[in-house]
Design a protein around this ligand. Sequence first.
Ligand SMILES: *[C@@H]1O[C@H](CO)[C@@H](O)[C@H](O)[C@H]1NC(C)=O
Ligand SMILES: *[C@@H]1O[C@H](CO)[C@@H](O)[C@H](O)[C@H]1NC(C)=O
Ligand SMILES: *[C@@H]1O[C@H](CO)[C@@H](O)[C@H](O)[C@H]1NC(C)=O
Ligand SMILES: *[C@@H]1O[C@H](CO)[C@@H](O)[C@H](O)[C@H]1NC(C)=O
Ligand SMILES: *[C@@H]1O[C@H](CO)[C@@H](O)[C@H](O)[C@H]1NC(C)=O
Length: 358
Amino acid sequence: MLLGNSLLLNLLSLLYLYVQNILCEQFHEEFIRPDFCTDKVLSNLESYLTLESTSAIQCAARCSLDNKCLSVSYRETDRTCFLNFGLLANDCGNGVTLTNTVYYQKKHAVKECMNNGTLVNNDCVCYGGYVGRYCERLMTDCSEGYREMYEDAGIGLYEALPTGAPQSFSVTCVMLHGGRNLVLRHFTPAYTLNRTWVQYVDGFDHGIHASWIGLEKLYWLSRIKTFDLFIEFQTKEVPATYKKIVYKNFRIGNSSTNYQLRGGQLNRARSQVNATDCIFGLVGSSFSSYDMDNNQVSGLDCPLKYGGAWWYNGACAQCNPTGNLYHTPGGNRTWADDEVFWEPFDWTPIGISIWLVN
Ligand SMILES: *[C@@H]1O[C@H](CO)[C@@H](O)[C@H](O)[C@H]1NC(C)=O
Ligand SMILES: *[C@@H]1O[C@H](CO)[C@@H](O)[C@H](O)[C@H]1NC(C)=O
Ligand SMILES: *[C@@H]1O[C@H](CO)[C@@H](O)[C@H](O)[C@H]1NC(C)=O
Ligand SMILES: *[C@@H]1O[C@H](CO)[C@@H](O)[C@H](O)[C@H]1NC(C)=O
Ligand SMILES: *[C@@H]1O[C@H](CO)[C@@H](O)[C@H](O)[C@H]1NC(C)=O
């Protein structure tokens, strides 16, 4: 009986050693421990799963089961196993220091680009707003896209996911000058901007003629960073000339506040014109459209008077970018209440563009 027992134990331990051996052999066949980047692991951005394992070998065995997994980091002190979709770069540029951690990568792992990115010279070229070493995440706004991937890519539609936003959305970016988020474009008189609340909340896009980003997007974008509101007028002159006004610290509230204007001061140094501070004068005002007048102070129906939708105070506003475009000869103002104007200019523009710039 005693003999039988110890025989069984011996057999079991042999079996155990055998299994360990197989695991170990597989492990050495499949994984290597690079001799560079000692004590470095991938940042959590390139790690997709954290679990507990009894050993580095077991951690690696878990990685073997998943094609997406290219490498593992194992911290012995608390038996934490990190599965990574990325690889440590040769220059360790994407590595962070973590003590008591070993890093192994699959021997034949090649960098794989996610979200339809393509590998060019061992770098992922991403599309559609995806950024990161592996195109693994969406940009938070156009300026991040510009820095990370899309420098000088011109104008286009990209997907963005601002920090904290419940879901991603599309935004038109001008991937020049540091990357700009298009807020408003108003160039063609036939495309009226006298539209409903729902359209102003959701946004609309008629290409070069007219577009509005949508208040919900504007809220999520403007809440994450300090943005400038960059306004550019095309004036009457031939050939076309442009004048710009820059407001700093532009910010709006969420839908519960009817997208109240929360910030925006004229940046005189960066503006080409001595405009009155229309935006600053509207801080604290809610947004209104003809079918949703949130400006109950004055008894004045500003959206109806101005023929558009905007933030209005008791005197409506000293600017009217969503009014009607009257392309007068010489560009002179008509002084109609509903024309596009920006005080104190005595001209009415051919067109107006507004961007959110980081
Ligand atoms: C990748 O391309 C496929 C096929 O064109 C498309 O269905 C899919 O939506 C794309 N994925 C992303 C994240 O763009
Ligand atoms: C708007 O923000 C306030 C304060 O953060 C929050 O209490 C409220 O729930 C938000 N409203 C919506 C619709 O998200
Ligand atoms: C704005 O006004 C200031 C002071 O009057 C003047 O020095 C400056 O040249 C003006 N700037 C422009 C662009 O007209
Ligand atoms: C704006 O649209 C509303 C609703 O159609 C209309 O009553 C109003 O006259 C329009 N305003 C202008 C200036 O066109
Ligand atoms: C535009 O206004 C200027 C004065 O500001 C005037 O001299 C000019 O005649 C006007 N042009 C037209 C076409 O009305």
